[in-house]
Design a protein around this ligand. Sequence first.
Ligand code: PLP
Length: 390
Amino acid sequence: MTITARPPADALLPVYRRFPVCIVSGDGCELTADDGTRYLDFVAGISVNLLGYNHPVLRRALERAAETGVLHTSNLYRTLPGEELAAELVERSFASHVFFCNSGAEANEGAFKFARRAATGPEQREIVALKGSFHGRTFATLAATDRPPYRDPFVPLVPGIRIVDPENQAELEHAITCQRTAAVIVEPVQGEGGINVIEDSLLQDLREMTTEAGAALIFDEIQCGLGRTGTLFAYEQTGVVPDVVTLAKGLGGGLPMGAVLVNQAIAASLQPGDHATTFGGGPFVASVALAQLGVLTEPAFLPEVREKGEWLGARLAALAARHDAVVAVRGRGLMWGIELADAAQPVVERALERGLLVITAGPKVIRLLPPLTISREDLARGVDLLESCL
Ligand code: PLP
């Protein structure tokens, strides 16, 4: 090993603004830092660690998957865990087929390609995204992301992707047409954009408009899917069935994994060679994801998430009523945003000092994404800690 004078962290590209905390272990809903400080975690790796830390089912799945000796083959050969996971996701959703990949941005890139492949009009190439959206950091997903500071240093982005304000009906109608549109992508609950629950009526309008235009309706459930809002898929609570759902974040139980779920019409348009990725759906990650899905779909699991979510929503509403600093609270299930009159970052930093991890969603919103396994007691402890920081 080379001995260098500079701290090892300096060797990492400085693209993250990291908190001055070095995490070394975790258990349940708590993380422990290298100085022994314990943190109650209301971030869950930004909606990744659905079952918290050191969950026995995930541990067992990891050990069993390692015992096979095969961490990876390639998608040139069949492996059972990926097939079983795809079958489970199909069984529990609108989808007829699943494509596995490794991240959220990659899932959305795949969704854009599949939508263009399935579009029948010769000019139907355009992807429409909504104001406030976040779909990833690759060139195409960044083009669909409404965050100028993330986009501007990297222009030109991918052409053929536009962002519209859904409150402007004329703009929406102009943007979604049977001549041009291949797909509309929407997060049913916008995450990075400030925890904005998109109204069912807007989703219904988008469903009608995309159906009429022969375009695909893509729900990006990368942050809000997999039980986060209290149902396995966020779309289940909206009264709208999309053509495509993208998943990532929590899917692999902490391992990198993404998925694109598509309906039969889109699946029928795809052929061998149209898309691929080296690691997608490999046996190791798929085994862990499958074991986790088993927990998420236990009969009592999601009803409990909904119950805890309702309780948390009520507690936050009461907190908002007590504090002028709070402008609004909004969310669904265990995905909540607290909009403040002023900057959210100082509150996040105070919370860290008091042993609670929370993050922002935009400049004035505190975002709460606790593990779905969190107890009522830990939820209450977190809300009390947060209130003490306001
Ligand atoms: N879509 C949504 C809604 C997200 O929240 C994110 C990440 O925060 C992404 C896409 C991108 O996912 P990844 O960081 O895995 O590429």
